[in-house]
Design a protein around this ligand. Structure first.
Ligand SMILES: *Cc1c(COP(=O)(O)O)cnc(C)c1O
Length: 368
């Protein structure tokens, strides 16, 4: 059984992917080739955002977004303590300070009611993370941010394709960022990512920052980075976008089917993912909470069922932050769930029999 099934997906799309890659090799425009602009248009149509800028990774998407918001040394960015390291890393890379607000224990996303009290004169940005494929509560976050004149950047690395109150992830705030890391809901065959915005000025800035701050050829008006999306990766993504909406629907079916099975077999010993009525999750991960998580993981591994922990510690507890005052705070909910979460195999082609095997194995362990 696979945790994600990239090989199976490639086999389905092989002819189209190979043809599109071959075309890039023939025209030879490896940087900023026509596939990049074509993909950006497809992703604008899909998300409903007016502007898409393809970039080199999800991490660089966040970094470029923060740079466009003018975040620098000692500025503060309010974010979630329960996320992949990159969310906090990019803030520190700019010399800014991550100010964490604890998460909601049902959705694992930042608790909007804790944001206002974290705002100071130095706050520039609020950067919620749409974890496991479910959007953060963007209306409440946007409302607080706009009262304080703050930019909102959605870390949508796990939520591309998710819906929030009828709109798509990455179109919900000042800037939306996503990742095309291979195992994300929409993945390429290497590193890639994108920034989205409805603001034409911000879009221009994002694009310039992604290409060395170059406003016109050899005229650099700001600092940037080598942050463009490769043409070959854009070609792969164009192919994958032909089936992506079906995959999103299929992920939702697998997620629901898992939850039904767990709720009828071991509901009292396991917490299934909670998805708000106003949200459609893309289930980047199907993540449950249990006691004795590490023992369950070892048991699953002994019966050849892969699983993963997203994430074993709150991000402020990472060793690199050990000496920092701002990292010493305790986040009760984040710490609690970090010890209890386990992500199970999840992909659009996960068969009924594989789901049954996973649920039976988990149920057996929890019954003993
Ligand atoms: C994957 C991920 C990133 C980083 O994306 P990369 O493309 O790997 O750089 C950032 N934030 C979150 C929440 C992620 O899951």
């Amino acid at each position: 059984m696979n945790f994600v099934d990239l090989q199976g997906q490639y086999e389905q799309l092989k002819e189209d992917v190979d043809r599109r890659i071959q075309k890039v090799l023939s025209h030879g425009q490896y940087i900023c080739g026509p596939e990049v602009a074509e993909l950006e248009k497809v992703l604008e149509d899909y998300t409903g955002a007016s502007h898409c800028i393809g970039v080199s990774s999800g991490t660089d998407a966040l970094l470029i977004a923060l740079m466009s918001a003018g975040v620098g040394v000692n500025d503060e960015v309010i974010t979630s303590p329960f996320t992949f390291f990159a969310t906090a890393e990019v803030i520190r890379r700019l010399g800014a300070v991550p100010v964490f607000a604890d998460i909601d224990q049902q959705t694992y996303n930042i608790d909007p009611s804790l944001i206002e009290m974290a705002i100071t004169k130095r706050t520039k940005v609020v950067m919620p993370v749409s974890l496991y494929g479910q959007c953060a509560d963007m209306d409440k976050i946007n409302e607080v941010a706009s009262r304080h004149g703050l930019v909102v950047i959605e870390d949508g690395a796990q939520s591309f394709g998710a819906m929030y109150k009828g709109s798509k992830s990455c179109s919900l705030s000042t800037i939306g960022c996503t990742s095309f890391f291979p195992s994300k809901p929409l993945g390429c065959y290497g590193d890639g990512g994108a920034c989205f915005t409805n603001d034409a000025d911000i879009a221009k800035q994002l694009r310039e920052i992604s290409a060395h701050g170059q406003e016109s050829r050899y005229n650099h008006t700001r600092l940037g980075l080598t942050g463009r999306l490769d043409t070959i990766q854009a070609a792969v993504l164009l192919s994958k976008m032909t089936t992506f909406p079906d995959e999103v629907a299929s992920r939702a079916r697998v997620g629901e089917s898992y939850s039904q099975k767990f709720n009828s077999s071991c509901a009292e010993k396991l917490v299934t993912p909670y998805v708000h009525d106003h949200n459609d999750s893309v289930f980047a991960q199907y993540t449950v909470q249990v006691d004795h998580r590490d023992k369950l993981q070892a048991y699953l591994s002994s019966v050849n069922i892969p699983s993963a922990v997203h994430y074993p510690v709150a991000v402020n507890r990472q060793p690199v932050f050990a000496g920092q005052d701002w990292a010493q705070k305790k986040f009760e909910v984040a710490d609690h769930v970090a010890a209890r979460v386990l992500s199970l195999p999840m992909h659009p082609w996960l068969s009924e029999s594989d789901q049954v095997s996973v649920v039976s194995a988990v149920t057996k362990f929890l019954a003993d």
